[in-house]
Design a protein around this ligand. Sequence first.
Ligand SMILES: [Mn+2]
Length: 325
Amino acid sequence: MEIKKEEITKFKNIISSTKSALILTHEYPDGDALGSALAAFYLLKALGVKAKILFQKINKEDWAFIDFLADLDIEYDKDLINVTDYDLVLVVDSSNPQRLGLAEDLLATAKLSINIDHHVDNSRFATWNFVEEATSVGEILYFFFNKLKIVIPREVAYCLLVSIITDTGRFRFSNTTREIFLIVADLFGKVKTEDYFNINKNIYSEVSLNKSKLMGEVINKLIIYHDNIAFSYIDVESAFEDGLIDALLSIKNMIAAVLVRKNGDILKLSFRSKRLDVNVRELAALFGGGGHIQAAGAKVAIEDLDTQLADIKEKVATYFSKYCG
Ligand SMILES: [Mn+2]
């Protein structure tokens, strides 16, 4: 990818009149949301902006390993934020304002907003939108640093690696290109060897006991459609979100997976596909959601749970019939 010079100039101009900023990302932040929010904090700091990050429903246990980062200003409680205290709200990794969960109203009342994202279906909801086709917001921010000629310190390189590693599924997804390896090689030169080891160990080699139990529950409730589609429904309140669906998708012979989670009064639907020609974004759209071809999601308000679950199952089975058999 390449960010146009005009875009960088535009960003620079907006920031030049900004003194304070609030950084938001989607609730239940994943590696890219987290990595890009932290990298954005450092980017703004380098540009003379005092920033604060608000994380919502973050799973602190799983992400505690990035704690070594210094000078951060992070808040976890939305109620402690008065949005009028900030000149600007910067949103990362969120294709629409609804993804911000309870922080949606903070964005709605912000004086000015910037949206930096890599989801092609981004609704361009901010005053200024920087939506680029990239593996991750981390990749986009890498170009922001470079084009603005801001040296990337170790902490930022670490965050950008977390973004890129998680949003390429450890360089397994189809968005993995030669270009992304060149960026990673550059970032490698800025971190310590043990940093890369540490990121992978924490994200992939270890799963907390609670999350392991939840994965067990996902597998216990498994239903297979057309011999190739893994489906599961769980009703467990938990902050663990990321990676649960991988337990389904990694089953041999599955070409796609659907995970439905009851979360308070909503159903959260996640869709993943193993194949480039199996489009789950189209399926997510049937439920008012969106995302990428191989990874998408939707949220549905619960009215009549049993009827809705039956409807979801039927739509899933029908949708995939064209790919199976
Ligand atoms: Mn992302």
